[in-house]
Every structure is written in C-alpha cells, then in structure tokens.
Design a protein around this ligand. Structure first.
Ligand code: IMP
Ligand code: MG
Length: 193
C-alpha cells in the first residue's frame, strides 16, 4: 500500500518547537559510538541503562559500538511532579548482572539536577567495577544541584523541559523520534489526563 510522505519539518502536534531533529540525533549517536569505542579500545563493556528514559537512546547507541557488550537495566523511582524535581530519587529495581571487576558504562537520557546519576554512580562504585564512565544524551548544565559530569554527552541543551526520544511528560511522548518542547498549555495542567 502506498504511504503518504510526511512533509519536511513535520512535527508532533503537541510540540511548541523541535530542539533536536531525528536526523541530528542519529548523526550524533554515530559519533558518540565512535568516541566510546576509542575510549574503551578492545575491552568488553557492561552497560547499565537507566529505564525507562534511556531505553531508546541505549538501543540506538549500542548498535554503534562493536565491543563485546553485556546489558543490564536499573530502575529509579521518578521523584518528579510532571516537570519539576520534588524529592529524592530511589532505587526500585536493581542490577541482575555482576559488575565487579568490569568496565561499566552507565547510560541515561538526561543529566539535569544530577541527583539521579550521582545516586546510581555511587551504588555502582560500591560494587567495585574496574572503571565507571557515564554517557548521557542530553545535559542541562545550568540546572545542577549536585556536582556531576558525564564522560560522554550527546547534546548540551538550555533549561527547557523536553520530551521525545525516550523522555516523557507524565509517561507520554517517549515515542517521538525527535526531542522538543511541549506547548505551554500542555505542561500545566495536562489537558489530556
Ligand atoms: P536529575 O536527577 O534531576 O538529573 O534528572 C534525571 C531524570 O529526570 C532523567 O533521567 C529524566 O527522567 C528526568 N528529566 C530531567 N529533565 C527532564 C526533561 O527535560 N524532560 C523529561 N525528563 C526529564
Ligand atoms: Mg523520566
């Protein structure tokens, strides 16, 4: 069956603007994969992905890396009230793979206040990995409440609440192929709830 092509620049109707296009994400992830391979050489990597947000990014990034990979996921409770940070993150599903004496690469969708990644990094360090590096797709550097830097960063972005490509607003919009800013009337309160 013939399929209608989307017009160039078409975006999801709930977005006010697209910050990072699908093409830009794809290109950057290819380069990130090369950066990561250069950093690890031939070493095997144990990847830990923070779900749900990092699912799409992890899936695409891992396909750009040739090293032997073991994959595990960790779940952290959302401590957010829609777009704002309201408390402390908590571990709600821990690792199943052993990470001691392994090179660990921790992956998240976005580094914002730094609370989530500093908690998870501390948990992993206690398990005695050979090394621990952190990769995030997005970095909102201006929002840090806890000092934390990632070793690999896809894009630095301004202080805007973004959705798409794994990032959600109240669990929606993770499936958008691009990353964008929601229209203001959809952020507070959600009209579709
Ligand atoms: P942090 O603990 O404040 O660094 O935030 C990390 C988590 O908050 C991420 O893993 C995301 O799930 C969520 N988050 C932070 N900023 C955004 C955003 O702009 N859109 C969607 N989720 C976000
Ligand atoms: Mg989230």
């Amino acid at each position: 069956m013939p399929t209608a092509k989307k017009p160039a620049g078409a975006t999801h109707r709930d977005l006010e603007s697209v910050l990072i296009t699908e093409t830009a994400i794809r290109r950057r992830i290819k380069k990130l994969g090369a950066e990561i391979m250069a950093a690890y050489g031939d070493e095997p990597i144990t990847v830990i992905s923070i779900i749900n947000g990092a699912i799409l990014f992890t899936a695409d990034l891992l396909r750009q890396i040739d090293n032997p990979i073991r994959l595990d996921c960790i779940r952290i409770s959302s401590y957010r009230n829609e777009t704002k940070s309201v408390g402390k993150p908590q571990l709600i599903h821990s690792l199943t793979l052993d990470v001691s004496n392994r090179h660990v690469l921790l992956i998240d969708d976005i580094l914002d206040t730094g609370k989530t990644l500093s908690l998870v990094a501390e948990l992993i360090r206690r398990l005695n990995p050979t090394s621990l590096r952190v990769c995030v797709l997005l970095d909102k550097r201006g929002r840090r409440e806890v000092p934390f830097e990632a070793d690999f960063v896809g894009f630095k972005i301004p202080d805007r609440f973004v959705v798409g490509y794994g990032l959600d607003f109240a669990e929606r919009y993770r499936n958008l192929p691009c990353i964008g800013v929601l229209k203001p009337h959809l952020q507070n309160p959600p009209e579709w709830a």
